[in-house]
Design a protein around this ligand. Structure first.
Ligand code: ADP
Length: 399
């Protein structure tokens, strides 16, 4: 079975074609600058990447180009679009109704359109990607896999914000949680490598990238997570503030005369590691500058690490225990210094890592960094959201 996984952003379309028999990615790539020019980077395993500049006025045209590259004699990996058995779409938000991965129908699209007000950035491009597929590949099964669905069983006292209840009931303001596909994948992978049923494990998964979130997974179910109504809540990120006193927002508006949009831009695009350090949103640059003695970079580093520690402590308390800690995504998979700082002085929770293993880890595979005798298993697990989407899509396509 061949499955095309699509991830549509506001001006981008990422794709991966999976051969599910072998699990291999046959081709993958990214269309960028959709609506403002257009570029395509297309890669096949064992071949040089192909790059082109081409007018991509919308997601439909971008998808057409992807399909023509996948089937082209020169750069393709399949003879015809008919070889694609199903398409899996990464969808950030499933709202309150779409709680599991689902086949895409008119009514699914209608519901997703109805929740665009709470998902204004990611909703429209995802819907555009689905509509493009439905018109270009009408006979192929389309599946939506939601970042939010891993959190659909979180209990109400963890997702209702303590603000007037009608804002939840009428305006659907609540914690939704994001990155769920990644947390679901790495927690399942961890159970596999530990050789234990996930039902018996209390796990904290730290997805640390440009956007970061932390999730408590108890018995295979997410019971709490750091991102909330939007991916803005939680720990400090590359350019996002994470959680701050909400009065800062109104104070800035009142005293500086900023509009709502201006404050949102500050908190979303100019805060986090970038805002504190004044140098970069990239954690590599922050750690390098901190090592050279840059005080604000050091401060940004400490804020990030402290936020992660606090969530680990909170989630261990919520689960009344902890069996395993997982690091994943760009920072989690690659930055030994962040992992070391997070795990320092955490023996209270049973977390102790082997510094040697942590520094000399092998990239790209699940890697155990637990100190011998430690109560909690600490692992680096590379995330693979696209593969998880392909798996869900395969299951639904076979039904
Ligand atoms: P996104 O959330 O955009 O998917 P990533 O998961 O790629 O982001 O994470 C980006 C972060 O990961 C950056 O802060 C960067 O410093 C860090 N990172 C990514 N790759 C590496 C690497 N090879 N070595 C060290 N840090 C890395």
């Amino acid at each position: 079975m061949k499955i095309l996984v699509l991830n549509a952003g506001s001006s981008s379309l990422k794709y991966q074609l999976f051969d599910m028999e072998s699990g291999a990615v046959q081709a993958k790539g990214t269309c960028e600058r959709i609506g403002a020019g257009g570029t395509v980077t297309h890669k096949r395993s064992g071949a040089e990447p192909y790059f082109e500049e081409i007018d991509l006025p919308n997601h439909g045209v971008a998808l057409e180009r992807v399909l023509s590259l996948l089937t082209s004699a020169e750069y393709g990996v399949i003879a015809s679009v008919k070889e694609i058995d199903a398409v899996g779409h990464r969808v950030a938000h499933g709202g309150e109704q779409l709680k599991t991965s689902t086949k895409i129908t008119e009514s699914v699209i209608k519901y997703l359109e109805s929740i665009v007000p709470i998902n204004p950035l990611h909703g429209p491009p995802a819907i555009a990607g689905m509509k493009a597929c439905l018109s270009l590949m009408p006979d192929v099964v389309q599946v939506a896999v939601f970042d939010t669905s891993f959190y659909s069983e979180i209990e109400d006292f963890r997702y209702v914000y303590p603000i007037p209840y009608e804002f939840y009931e009428q305006d659907h303001i609540r914690r939704y949680g994001f990155h769920g596909t990644s947390h679901r994948y790495v927690s399942a992978e961890l159970a596999k490598v530990l050789g234990k049923p996930i039902e018996e494990l209390k796990i904290i998964t730290c997805h640390l990238g440009n956007g970061s979130s932390i999730t408590a997974v108890d018995g295979g179910k997410a019971i709490d997570t750091s991102m909330g109504f939007t991916p803005q809540e939680g720990i400090a990120m590359g350019t996002r503030s994470g959680s701050i006193d909400p009065t800062v927002v109104t104070y800035l508006m009142k005293t500086k005369g900023y509009s709502a949009q201006e404050v949102e831009d500050i908190l979303n695009k100019k805060s986090g590691l970038l805002g504190v350090s004044g140098i970069s949103n990239d954690c590599r640059n922050i750690t390098a500058a901190a090592k050279e003695g840059n005080k604000r970079a050091e401060l940004a580093f400490k804020i990030l690490v402290n936020g992660i520690k606090k969530h680990i402590g909170a989630y261990a308390a919520e689960m009344n225990g902890l069996d395993a800690l997982v690091f994943t995504a760009g920072i989690g998979e690659n930055q030994a210094n962040i992992r070391e700082a997070v795990c320092e002085n955490m023996s209270l929770f049973g977390i102790e890592i082997d510094k040697e293993k942590n520094e000399n880890f092998t990239r790209g595979i699940p890697f155990d960094i637990t100190k011998e005798g430690a109560r909690v298993a600490t692992w680096i697990i590379p995330t693979d959201e696209e593969y998880m989407i392909a798996i869900d899509t395969q299951k639904l396509a076979q039904q």
